[in-house]
Design a binder for this molecule. Structure first.
Ligand code: 13P
Ligand code: SF4
Length: 309
């Protein structure tokens, strides 16, 4: 661990290089605090995708995981997209391959494939439209009501969306280990310890957990909700990195993790040293091959065209 002074020096060097390289630093809400503090934008997957599509920076430094950097490359192929730690992936995104999806499409050619943004570019290229945790319900509602829907890869997001929309939704049996391990018993215990707290859950949590939620939100949705709420205490059912931006935006409110073990190993791989090295060497670069990119872009663009709810 760097000392605080060491962190400050690294942060200054990074900001200088960001300027020199005409770069922008995007960080997901689960990133380490020292990374979030120097980001040009912290956000959820949807906000980061929108920013990646709109920025006029020449370089995007993506502090998150691989599918997020790929989405930036899909949207801004002329820019250099850096993912400071090449191995930072999303195990859930790797639970379905493009070949798996092609086989499903052969069996069920009428289905509209809705892929969570937590997928590889190759899977997006086989999809009709993407969604994130912030807009899955609006995305599904945008599809003609006569069509059957197949959602990949998260079974929990799919079941939540099915319940919210009343649509006929089949789904892939993938999951995020960070959210899927949270149990209703853990939530009940947290509620008993903090009886005045509202429970905010991410839609990647299992159905039994979501039934106990006062609100189901994306990561940035949780920050926005807590900021406008009159409540002072919240139990948070998502990766614990979110506690930092929640507390930063709401210094007068208290946030308790539903389970302190909800830690995404991949989101925590990126540190200041890795970000500095990436900007110095201008690598590792994430670049989606053009043939895949153009097909994947259709699915991402259709999602981005949907008004935010
Ligand atoms: P959000 O889009 O809600 O930030 O979620 C991303 C993610 O990876 C959840 O685990
Ligand atoms: Fe993937 Fe889960 Fe980590 Fe999000 S928290 S990046 S869904 S493994």
């Amino acid at each position: 661990m760097e000392t605080e002074t060491g962190d400050k020096k690294l942060q200054e060097k990074i900001r200088e290089l960001i300027k020199k390289r005409k770069a922008i630093l995007l960080a997901h809400n689960y990133q380490r605090p020292e990374i979030q503090d120097i980001a040009d934008l912290c956000g959820d997957s949807l906000e980061l995708s929108i920013k990646a599509s709109q920025t006029d920076a020449e370089v995007i430094v993506f502090c998150g995981v691989h599918f997020m950097a790929e989405t930036a490359s899909i949207l801004s192929p002329e820019k250099t997209v850096l993912l400071p730690v090449k191995q930072a992936g999303c195990p859930m995104a790797d639970m379905i391959t493009a070949q798996d999806l092609r086989e499903r499409k052969k069996e069920e050619p009428e289905e509209a494939v809705v892929s969570y943004v937590n997928t590889t570019a190759e899977v997006k290229a086989e999809s009709e439209i993407c969604c994130t945790s912030a807009n899955a319900v609006q995305v599904v509602n945008s599809i003609s009501e006569h069509r059957k829907i197949f959602m990949v890869p998260d079974k929990n997001l799919a079941q939540y969306t099915k319940k919210q929309t009343g649509r006929q939704i089949a789904y892939w049996e993938g999951h995020c280990y960070v959210h899927n391990n949270l149990t209703p018993d853990q939530v009940k215990k947290a509620k008993a310890s903090h009886p005045n707290a509202l429970f905010l859950a991410h839609p990647e949590c299992p159905p039994g957990v979501l039934e106990l939620a006062d609100e189901i939100k994306s990561t940035s949705g949780m920050i926005a909700f807590a900021s406008q709420s009159d409540h002072r205490e919240f139990i948070i059912g998502t990766e614990t990195g979110i506690l930092y931006p929640l507390s930063k935006a709401n210094p007068d409110k208290v946030f308790f993790p539903a389970d302190p073990n909800m830690v995404c190993r991949d989101m925590k791989r990126t540190g200041l040293k890795e970000v500095l090295a990436a900007l110095e060497k201008m690598e590792p670069v994430v670049k989606v091959p053009e043939e895949v990119r153009t097909r994947a872009k259709g699915a991402v663009d259709r999602m981005l065209a949907i008004p935010r709810g």
